[in-house]
Design a protein around this ligand. Structure first.
Ligand SMILES: Cc1ncc(COP(=O)(O)O)c(C=O)c1O
Length: 475
């Protein structure tokens, strides 16, 4: 707008749509209603915050191609309803207070982390290596050719793919050629891409671990796959059941079952690879937290034994931060082209700057140093938790401790239900999930909590454990 009084072009676009919708045969009245509801919606969903200035009635009328009186009437109605306030000399502004404040407060509440955060599946983001990341990003940007900032290969930055191939080969035993690596938006996007491609290729059902991550089942379902439960025990997923399940692919967490914590036994590893070859099926290996194995050498990736039938998937969500939204797939050659096409159609490629920074972080050795430091820290946390529970809540049993960032805490059968415990915890500012959140398929869920000990910030960890133990000690 030429008069400089608009709030933003985006909001006017929304208004234009609203006016178009409200217009119809109702003429000025419909257009007025369209303007009113467009502004109300923008206020409610936070696009127009308290204090934001609305365009002048003249400017908005001109932009929307309506009579000025229509806008004047719409503003008057919004003033009467308390959404906006008109002040002499400073135009019309979004009022403070009212429905939008309630909406924003609810949002702020949802985003406020609990005082003691034991939600599983999260690392300690306060330990993100900010200085190392900044240094890597600065070096990477200084040396990157201009071309690196343009549209690039949908698989991702070639330098990052090369670093990842090297890292995964050395640290995880993955057989990764850089050409077969696709950098994606975390594991979530990787699963979605592979899910859509498998569906296109005629796969209709996916086996997923039960218990397992609800979100991943939803992602697979959104890709059009029917999800069928593969029960889990102390040897990992019961892959011997895959034949009877009639699925064309299976999603597994072989190194560290989420949430139980077991790893896929050697016998089952062999079995599932035979099954995939025998039936022409695909195994998706979710290697989400394998960097954190504490008491013995890490198990190599399943993909290293069968790169032709295993899709390997990794993420920085546990090693660096989930907010980065960076992950990778290492694909069997015959899935590569379709996945690359799906990635290109979806969002062209992952953001260049973060890819360049991650490549440099790995290249410089800072990534390995960070992972080693965090491994020691998380192991110490695990030991603190186990010792504190043994002393303060001896009636609970802790399992799933060999690796990862969470433990399963089994509650006494006669005590309060885990969901009641989680609610009682929430009342004390402690966030912890009942195992039932992960449960689906046959069988009753054992009474247990899943405790993500990676999540609290380092300085607050012991206090958080004390609060949790005090709660559990009373069961
Ligand atoms: C089993 C499992 N896989 C993968 C992830 C990471 O997903 P993403 O890379 O999309 O953050 C998580 C996060 O909690 C997880 O629990």
């Amino acid at each position: 707008m030429q008069d400089g009084q608009t709030t933003s072009g985006l909001d006017l676009l929304v208004l234009a749509t609203a006016v178009g919708e409200g217009g119809g045969g109702e003429g000025g009245r419909g257009r007025r209603a369209g303007i009113e509801s467009g502004i109300r919606e923008a206020i409610v969903d936070g696009r127009l915050p308290a204090g934001a200035r609305l365009p002048s009635t003249r400017a908005l009328a001109r932009d929307l191609g309506v009579a000025r009186s229509t806008v004047v009437d719409a503003y008057a109605q919004l003033v009467a309803e308390g959404w906006v306030a008109a002040a002499r000399g400073s135009g019309t502004r979004v009022a403070s207070g009212g429905a939008h404040v309630a909406v924003r407060a609810a949002r702020a509440q949802a985003l406020t982390p609990p005082r003691h955060d034991f939600r599983p599946g999260r690392p300690d983001v306060s330990s993100f290596p900010r200085s190392a990341w900044l240094a890597a990003a600065r070096r990477a940007l200084r040396h990157a050719p201009d071309e690196a900032l343009s549209y690039g290969d949908p698989r991702g930055d070639p330098g990052l793919r090369e670093e990842l191939a090297g890292y995964l080969g050395r640290a995880r035993g993955v057989r990764a050629h850089p050409d077969l690596v696709v950098v994606c938006g975390g594991f979530t996007q990787g699963l979605s891409l592979v899910g859509h491609v498998l569906r296109q290729q005629g796969v209709t059902a996916l086996g997923t671990e039960a218990p397992g991550v609800v979100h991943h089942r939803a992602v697979a379902a959104e890709a059009g796959l029917e999800v069928r439960p593969v029960p889990v025990d102390d040897d990992g997923a019961q892959v011997e059941r895959l034949d009877e399940l009639g699925v064309g692919a299976v999603l597994l967490t072989p190194a560290h079952q989420q949430p139980i914590g077991s790893s896929l036994s050697a016998a089952r590893r062999g079995w599932v690879l035979d099954w995939a070859r025998r039936t022409g099926s695909v195994v998706i290996e979710d290697d989400y937290d394998s960097e954190y194995r504490f008491d013995r050498a890490p198990l190599g990736a399943l993909q290293g034994r069968a790169p032709d039938v295993v899709v390997y998937a990794g993420t920085v969500s546990k090693t660096l931060a989930p907010g980065l939204r960076l992950g990778w797939l290492v694909l069997p050659p015959d899935l590569l082209d379709a996945v690359v096409r799906a990635k290109a159609r979806r969002d062209a490629q992952q953001g260049a700057l973060d890819q360049l920074a991650l490549a440099e972080l790995i290249r410089s050795g800072a990534f390995d140093r960070h992972v080693r430091r965090m491994r020691l820290r998380y192991r110490a946390r695990r030991d603190v938790l186990v010792a504190a529970l043994a002393e303060g809540a001896p009636q609970v049993r802790v399992t799933g401790l060999a690796a990862g960032l969470h433990a399963v805490v089994e509650l006494p059968a006669h005590g309060p239900a885990p969901s009641e415990m989680a609610a009682a915890a929430a009342a004390r500012g402690i966030a912890v999930h009942p195992l039932s959140r992960f449960w689906y398929g046959p069988g009753a869920c054992p009474p247990a909590l899943v405790v993500g000990y990676g999540t609290p910030p380092e300085h607050a960890y012991r206090r958080a454990v004390a609060a949790l133990v005090a709660l559990l000690g009373g069961t």
